[in-house]
Design a protein around this ligand. Structure first.
Ligand SMILES: [Mg+2]
Length: 365
């Protein structure tokens, strides 16, 4: 199963409603699609979203990294030499984790296809179903209450809310939503590096003292400040989940050794794909730390790869894979079934992606 071509294209999928965070407002998913072709006529699919403000990976950077480095360096290699190909992907260029993730998942797809086994079984096969939260966009409290109640009607029982613009407004928003949804609904928050350590402890403990029952907080302090994150972890009533602080398996090792966070957030686009994500899972297991699996604003090919990982490994106890349900349409054929909060992995060989609707990809090579 020799790699003959790494083909790239672009796809655009509109969102149901514009997605608003403290940093940006987005109205559609604009992703790079990777097809890896082999000499026995198979195609493995991968995908990467440009998330410049988060990973530094822009559309043209993803395309360039794959065309000039990652893709080029694996042409002619045999997918069956799997460990060699995986290592080649990671060492072919520094950084560029989104590009690496897209190629990595296409290779897992091919490897699974070759042996007729779904990738989640190859990686562990813990379960077939997972349950995702849904993100509520940042707005005034009334709009957020309305959006939260709509999410509940759609069956969600775990809401993720972005905070960090203004602590008083954040508490007002959370209070309004908590009062409207009652105490049986899980609320997790994401501060996206907004606070300094002392501020974070003060705000988080005040939230809990007011009965807001926050399940966890993502990345309360700047990504580089691991000492600061440990300070918060040691003092906050709300468990701390490392997100922007955690890219590589080496980052995971440092965070775990320091006890800098209570939980780890794995995203394929940060760690460079399933190969590295598995290393993070294993380390977290050893330390007895649970993981969340997250995604960017992505369409179904790449989120589907994350579903396979989440279904493979029990250490992933929290799921934040709402990318596909935020989209207003799904041009990807096959893969996991996303039925609002309930996600069921596909038992088809590989990652189970069958293709993309005709005319939806704009190929660039
Ligand atoms: Mg986050």
């Amino acid at each position: 199963m020799k790699i003959t071509q790494v083909r790239l294209g672009r796809i655009s999928v509109p969102l149901r409603t514009p997605f608003k965070t403290a940093l940006r407002t987005v109205s559609s998913v604009e992703d790079v699609i990777v097809e890896i072709h082999t000499d026995d006529g198979r195609i493995g699919y991968g995908e990467a979203p440009p998330t410049g403000p988060i990973t530094g990976d822009t559309t043209l950077a993803i395309i360039g990294a794959i065309q000039d480095h990652i893709g080029k360096s694996i042409i002619g290699m045999d997918v069956d030499d799997f460990e060699d190909v995986m290592q080649q992907v990671q060492k072919s260029i520094v950084g560029n984790t989104s590009a690496k993730a897209a190629v990595d998942m296409a290779l897992w797809d091919l490897y699974g296809q070759k042996y007729g086994i779904p990738v989640y079984k190859l990686m562990g096969g813990a379960r077939k179903n997972i349950t995702t939260d849904i993100t509520i966009s940042v707005n005034d409290p009334e709009t957020m209450v309305k959006d939260s109640l709509i999410a509940l009607q759609r069956g969600y029982d775990c809401l993720k809310m972005k905070v960090g613009i203004n602590p008083e407004m954040d508490v007002a928003r959370l209070k309004a939503v908590r009062e409207a949804v009652g105490n049986d609904i899980t609320i997790r928050i994401d501060a996206n590096q907004a606070w300094n350590p002392k501020q974070a402890v003060r705000i988080l403990n005040a939230m809990q003292e007011q009965g807001l029952q926050i399940e966890l907080v993502e990345q309360p302090v700047p990504a580089h400040d691991l000492d600061g994150m440990k300070y918060v972890t040691d003092r906050s009533y709300v468990p701390v989940l490392a997100d922007e602080s955690l890219y590589s398996p080496a980052d995971a090792a440092t965070i775990l050794r320091m006890g800098a966070a209570d939980l780890l957030n794995i995203k394929l686009m940060k760690c460079g794909g399933l190969y590295n994500a598995l290393k993070i899972c294993t380390m977290a297991e050893v330390y007895g730390v649970e993981c969340m699996i997250g995604c960017m604003l992505e369409a179904k090919i790449s989120v589907n790869a994350a579903v396979h990982l989440a279904c493979a490994r029990k250490v992933i106890t929290k799921v934040d894979l709402d990318g596909p349900v935020l989209c207003s349409e799904d041009p990807i054929l096959g893969g996991a079934v996303f039925n609002e909060k309930d996600i069921t992995v596909s038992d088809a060989p590989g990652l189970g992606i069958l293709g993309i609707e005709n005319g939806r990809i704009t190929y660039i090579n």
